[in-house]
Design a protein around this ligand. Sequence first.
Ligand code: ZN
Ligand code: FE
Length: 217
Amino acid sequence: MSDDKKHGSGSVAAGDTSQRVGAEVVRERGGDPEELREKLVDAIGAEFTTYYYTTLRCHLAGHEDYKEITEDARLEDRAHFELVFPRVFELGGRLPNDIRDFADRVSCPDAELPTPQGGDEPDVTQMDTEDILEILLEAERCAIRTWSEVCDMTRDCDPRTYDMAQRILNEEMDHEAWFIELLSKERDGEINPAGHFVRGEPGDAPYSTNNRFNDSA
Ligand code: ZN
Ligand code: FE
């Protein structure tokens, strides 16, 4: 009988699908699964919206190397969203149904084209490369702060989320280093190496990749 086995039963009744042991074990270790999953929604919302680095990448005309590095960061942010969103469900949460609500609650500023001083709209024909690189850099820094906070929330209570967050953090720190290198050279004429060479495939996501996406086999 499972009754006499140490972990054969616990706080969730046998057969009860309204509760999840995967969330209750977090609570039993001092975590707050409801708070955590809402934090994860904010964090993966930022990953989902920074996947729209698309428009920034497209305005780096004349800098094929910058485009390629931006594309790696862009695709890896999608990998971060894909890695973590199932955890929201596992913790009893849901993704926002309205994509506008989702975008509004993200934990980082939108990664959008720079607007000239005093203007309301970006001048898409006169885009300043260093301004774009600075926006990319600050987006990576926001991601580092976000996933570091998730690591802090989960270190002692939720090894599964912690593992995801620390894998993402590895890549966000790569991304920061890449854009520090590019911005230092572009804006200041300074050599500030990241030690980076191209990922094996665009958006390789060496730490965070989960299952391969169908379109990148
Ligand atoms: Zn990311
Ligand atoms: Fe990133």
